[in-house]
Write a protein that binds this ligand. Structure first.
Ligand code: BDR
Ligand code: CA
Length: 312
């Protein structure tokens, strides 16, 4: 599979890059950076440092995209520490970002080979929305769009109603879901159900003692401490890398459904909420069409094996 990953590189975003670089049969064609988790330039450095740590320096171009969401001011997360890498202090990478803007890189690469490239969007959807606004034909030219964001009508991780990526730029998310892409959605609800590594799994990774398992141990330190405080155990969640794993190996998807996904942009309490429902709800509703497949359950064991293989 040929993949472009759009990312706000911090924490779990980096494991997703590792999976895409190190899983046999996968080619990470480009990385595009979008405003999200931590200050923009730090995200760029985090992506470049991850590429270098994986031994892919100079092989995966990194493009800078939107430095802020479309409408409301951006809000950084402290979930992964101030640098997004739990203070891992990785060396500054030799590779530098490309001069072309991420939105143009996405359009050029997708339109040069229609039907060949998948996109994994694991950040607020600003870059993808801007790309489809500039070149609407990409919606049909992307082979498949994998999105990490929203909740499956459940509790969010930044407000009770919203997940971080959709909360930060709901206007962009709405544009993307209405643009006609072939979409698979991986939600925060799925993250909690299928992506968690418990203590025994984490111990197995730490015992590997490879450079990349050490990378994982260092970069996951702050979220593990936060999980200890919040859930009483140092488990680790993987919203982005589980989505990447499902893209690279769709047999990991154990249950899914076709649905209508609509994003709330106006609500004072519900801004960023992803309403997910069947196409027909009754006569008083407009004729909403299915616009995404929503993953309901994925194989935690299969995902864990893929991650260990990538960190080996
Ligand atoms: C998403 O928000 C970000 O903090 C993570 O990188 C992930 O993409 C999870 O809600
Ligand atoms: Ca992310």
């Amino acid at each position: 599979m040929r993949l472009i990953i759009d990312t706000d590189t911090a924490g779990d975003d980096t494991y997703s890059l590792l999976l895409a670089m190190r899983t046999p049969g996968s080619t990470l064609e480009a990385v595009t950076i979008c405003a999200g988790n931590v200050p923009f330039d730090q995200q760029v450095e985090n992506a470049l440092a991850t590429i270098e740590a994986a031994g892919f320096s100079g092989k995966v171009p990194v493009y800078c995209g939107a430095r802020r969401p479309m409408v409301k001011p951006w809000e950084a997360s402290t979930m992964h520490g101030n640098d997004g890498m739990s203070g891992a202090n990785l060396p500054i990478a030799r590779q530098r970002p490309e001069s072309q803007h991420a939105v143009d890189a996405i359009i050029d690469r997708v339109m040069a080979e229609p039907g060949k490239i998948d996109i994994l969007a694991q950040a607020p959807l600003t870059n993808i929305a801007l790309a489809v606004m500039k070149e609407p034909r990409i919606a049909k030219a992307v082979r498949h769009l994998w999105i990490m964001g929203g909740t499956d009508n459940s509790v969010g991780n930044i407000t009770p109603c919203a997940e971080y990526n959709f909360f930060i730029d709901p206007e962009a998310a709405r544009i993307v879901f209405e643009a006609g892409f072939d979409i698979t959605l991986s939600t925060w609800t799925l993250t909690l159900k299928s992506s968690v590594f418990e203590t025994d799994q984490l111990d197995e990774i730490f015992a590997m003692k490879t450079p990349l398992s050490e990378f994982y141990r260092k970069v996951s330190a702050v979220p593990r401490q936060m999980a200890q405080a919040r859930y009483g155990r140092p488990m680790s969640t993987h919203p982005d890398s589980l989505t990447c794993a499902c893209a690279l190996d769709p047999t990991l998807i154990e249950a899914s459904r076709q649905a209508v996904v609509r994003i709330e942009t106006a609500g004072e309490i519900t801004r960023g909420f992803s309403a997910i429902h069947p196409p027909v709800l009754g006569n008083r509703w407009p004729d909403y069409k299915v616009n995404a497949r929503v993953i309901e359950r994925a194989s935690n064991g299969g995902f864990f094996r893929m991650m260990k293989q990538a960190l080996a």
